[in-house]
Design a protein. Structure first.
Lengths: 160, 283
C-alpha cells in the first residue's frame, strides 16, 4: 500500500537543529526519529500509547511519538532525551535519576525524564501527588516508581 | 493522510468523497487502529490543530468547546473547571499526560467508545453538538447521538465542530467516579457522572450517566424520573438502585465481568445519592 503513497518533505526542529526528512505522511514520529535521525533515545514499548517509553516533547508538550504521524510534526519543535544534556554535562534531572537509582534497565527512563521535564517546566516545585500524576502515563517494569519519584523530587530541589 | 490546514478544506474533501475519509486529530485512537491494520482503504484527513476547532468560547448562557480541544485544553480552562467539573475531572482521568496533550473531545465523541470517560459528563450537562459539512452546520442534542455500539448520527460527510454546554449547573452537587485497574491509562470498567440538586430536602433535579455498562454511553432516564420529587432515605436508595440496574446492559469483556460491573454500578449510584443528600461534591 505504501508504495502507492507519496512521500513528503517534513521540516521540523529537533533538539534545536532544523531538519528536513522525507517520509510517508503516516510514518510515526518515533520511527523517523529513530531510523532517519538516529535518535534512539525514544523507545518503542507498546506502540499504542499505553506505556510512555516513546515520549518526546512536541512544541513543549509531552507526546507519545508512536501515535504521531510525522506529517503532523511539520513545523514543530521536538525535544528528545538526547537534547537535554549540555555537551557532557547532564541535565539536573538526568543526574538526579543517576544519583537516586531512578534507572535500572533504562527502557522507560527517557520517557520518564521527559515527562518529569515537562512537569518541572510547568511546576518547578511540584508536590508528590503532582509528580505521580505527571509520570502516571509512563510505565516502569523494573526500577520501581519510588526511586523515580525520589529522583524527580531531588531534581526539583537541586534546580531551586 | 493529508493535512488540509483549514476546516473548510477538510469539509470539502469529505463532501467530494463521503465515507472515504477518516478524520484523525490527536491520533490516540486512530493511530492504534491504523497500526493494527484495521483501517484498510481509508484515507485519513488530519484535523489536528486546526485553529477553528481549537477554541473555547464563552457567552453568558453557554460555553462552546471546539471539537479539536485536547483534554489538556479542557483541564486548563478556568470556567470549565469551575462550572463543569465533571468534564475536567474526566479529562484528568483520560490516559496520561501525553495522551491528554493529543486526545481531543471531538475525537472522543466521534470515536464513540461506550467506555469513554468524558461522554457521561456531556450527557448530564445536556450538551449540544454542532456538526459541520459542506452543506452547512446543524445543531443536535448530544443525547441520542450514539445510536448503537460505535454507531452515531454523524453523516459520512460531517465532522463534529463544537460541543455546547449550557451554563446552568453551577449550583448542582457533582459526583463522578472512574473504576478501573489503575487511575491513569487503564480504560474504565465502570465510570459515572452525576448531578443533583436538593431543595427543601427534596430532590429537585438529578442526572446520572454511565460508561462501560451498555453499548453506548448511557443516561439513566427512568432512574432520574423516579428520583425527582423524592426525599433521599434508605428505602429510596434501595428502590433507585433496583430501577437503575434495569437500565444497564453490562457485559463480560477483557476489562471486567457483567457481575462485577453491576455490583460496582449499584455502589456508585448509592454513593451518589448519599453524597447528594449530604450536599457533598465529588467531581
Amino acid at each position: 500500500m505504501k508504495a502507492h503513497q507519496p512521500q513528503h518533505d517534513v521540516s521540523l526542529t529537533v533538539n534545536g537543529e532544523p531538519k528536513t526528512v522525507r517520509a510517508y505522511a503516516m510514518e510515526r514520529l518515533l520511527d523517523v526519529l529513530r531510523n532517519q535521525l538516529g535518535l534512539t533515545g525514544a523507545k518503542e514499548g507498546c506502540g499504542e500509547g499505553e506505556c510512555g517509553s516513546c515520549s518526546v516533547l512536541v512544541d513543549d508538550n509531552l507526546v507519545n511519538s508512536c501515535l504521531m504521524p510525522v506529517l503532523q510534526a511539520q513545523g514543530t519543535k521536538i525535544v528528545t532525551i538526547e537534547g537535554l544534556a549540555q555537551g557532557s554535562k547532564l541535565h539536573t534531572l538526568q543526574q538526579a535519576f543517576l544519583d537516586c537509582g531512578g534507572a535500572q534497565c533504562g527502557i522507560c527512563t527517557p520517557g520518564m525524564i521527559l515527562a518529569a521535564y515537562h512537569l518541572l517546566n510547568r511546576k518547578p516545585k511540584p508536590n508528590p501527588e503532582e509528580i505521580r500524576e505527571s509520570l502516571a502515563g509512563n510505565l516502569c517494569r523494573c526500577t520501581g516508581y519510588t526511586q523515580i519519584c525520589e529522583a524527580v523530587t531531588e531534581a526539583a530541589k537541586r534546580a531551586s | 493522510m493529508v493535512a488540509p490546514g483549514s476546516l473548510q478544506a477538510a469539509v470539502s474533501l469529505l463532501a467530494e468523497q463521503p465515507g472515504v475519509w477518516l478524520p484523525i486529530a490527536g491520533g490516540t485512537d486512530v493511530m492504534v487502529q491504523y497500526a493494527a491494520g484495521k483501517l484498510p482503504a481509508r484515507k485519513l484527513v488530519s484535523l489536528w490543530n486546526l485553529p477553528e476547532l481549537r477554541r473555547i468560547e464563552l457567552t453568558e448562557k453557554e460555553i462552546a468547546i471546539g471539537a479539536g480541544c485536547t483534554y489538556t485544553d479542557l483541564r486548563q480552562h478556568e470556567t470549565l473547571e469551575r462550572e463543569f467539573p465533571l468534564l475536567t475531572t474526566a479529562a484528568r482521568w483520560t490516559g496520561g499526560i501525553a495522551n491528554q496533550n493529543r486526545g481531543t473531545l471531538g475525537g472522543n465523541i466521534a470515536n464513540a467508545s461506550p467506555a469513554a470517560d468524558s461522554l457521561p459528563a456531556l450527557l448530564v450537562y445536556e450538551a449540544e453538538l454542532i456538526l459541520i459539512s459542506a452543506r452547512g452546520a446543524r445543531h443536535i442534542p448530544y443525547a441520542g447521538f450514539h445510536t448503537g455500539y460505535k454507531k452515531t448520527r454523524l453523516q459520512p460527510d460531517e465532522l463534529v465542530q463544537a460541543i455546547r454546554l449550557p451554563r446552568r449547573f453551577g449550583d448542582y452537587v457533582s459526583y463522578s467516579r472512574k473504576v478501573g485497574a489503575r487511575n491513569a491509562q487503564a480504560i474504565s470498567k465502570v465510570c459515572i457522572a452525576a448531578l443533583g440538586r436538593i431543595r427543601q430536602g427534596i430532590v429537585d433535579d438529578a442526572r446520572i450517566a454511565v460508561g462501560s455498562v451498555a453499548p453506548v454511553p448511557l443516561r439513566l432516564s427512568n432512574t432520574e424520573r423516579l428520583l425527582r420529587g423524592q426525599r433521599i432515605d434508605d428505602e429510596l436508595v434501595r428502590r433507585i438502585t433496583n430501577t437503575a440496574i434495569e437500565e444497564i446492559q453490562p457485559i463480560n469483556d477483557i476489562r471486567s465481568t457483567a457481575v462485577y460491573r453491576s455490583v460496582v454500578f449499584k455502589n456508585l449510584v448509592t454513593e451518589f445519592l448519599v453524597q447528594l443528600a449530604a450536599g457533598e461534591n465529588q467531581a
